[in-house]
Design a protein around this ligand. Structure first.
Ligand SMILES: C[S@@+](CC[C@H](N)C(=O)[O-])C[C@H]1O[C@@H](n2cnc3c(N)ncnc32)[C@H](O)[C@@H]1O
Length: 207
């Protein structure tokens, strides 16, 4: 991992994660979490404070030490225990069916082999448990999609492999998880931001 990806990107992401509107969407993604939760791409702990009281423990999967350290104060304020688990969502050491829920916010865009990571999510979820996701990805309008394809190579360089064109709903379905509810749409931001803010908020269950 280069200096930019290891040192700069986590700081850019950490400083951009606390917008009020984004936080409201994060809160909705966290609704209904309970028990043993695995958080994929935990980052700098931006979902801390939003986990429901029914969550007993969060196992954080996060490769970046810089992102992890930037979240230290937020983690310290969490009434719910948070432990750092595996470093790579593509290869989880957790047992099959051991998680009551998996949470992923703005992470499926970045994991290199997203199919592999979603297969791991499905494997570690207990039957009936769900992946809660809040992700950005390919927009519905062709005009915006064209911009997304154009910008994506630069985006990937600046934001540590972050894709703009991943079809999050299709990828989740292809993993064998069954989408229970999903909302798709642009976050309430200026039109010029559209390539970055087409969101997918939902839950997908392991049957
Ligand atoms: C855009 S950030 C989002 C962070 C956090 N989920 C949030 O909502 O603020 C993407 C995160 O995915 C992490 N990541 C990158 N590759 C990963 C992998 N293979 N497995 C798990 N997490 C990964 C990055 O280190 C980063 O923290």
């Amino acid at each position: 991992m280069g200096l930019w990806a290891s040192q700069v990107t986590p700081r850019l992401v950490a400083s951009g994660g606390e917008d009020e509107k984004v936080r409201a969407l994060r809160a909705r993604a966290c609704e209904g979490l309970r028990g043993e939760v695995v958080e994929l791409g935990f980052g700098s702990a931006h979902n801390v404070g939003l986990y429901p009281a029914a969550v007993t423990r969060v196992t954080a999967v996060e490769p970046s030490d810089v992102a992890w350290d930037l979240g230290a104060e937020r983690r310290a304020r969490s009434p719910i225990p948070i432990v750092r688990g595996d470093l790579d969502g593509q290869w989880l050491s957790l047992d099959d069916g051991s998680a009551d829920a998996v949470l992923s916010t703005f992470t499926l865009c970045t994991i290199p082999d997203v199919h592999r990571a979603l297969a791991e999510v499905r494997r570690v979820l207990r039957p009936g448990a769900a992946l809660h996701f809040l992700e950005h990805g390919i927009a519905q309008d062709e005009g915006v999609q064209r911009w997304q394809r154009l910008i994506e190579p630069v985006q990937k360089k600046v934001f540590d492999g972050c894709h703009l064109t991943r079809p999050i709903d299709r990828l989740v379905e292809e993993s064998g998880l069954v989408i229970q509810d999903i909302e798709r749409g642009y976050a309430p931001m200026p039109k010029v931001m559209r390539p970055w803010v087409f969101g997918y908020l939902g839950r997908a269950r392991r049957t």
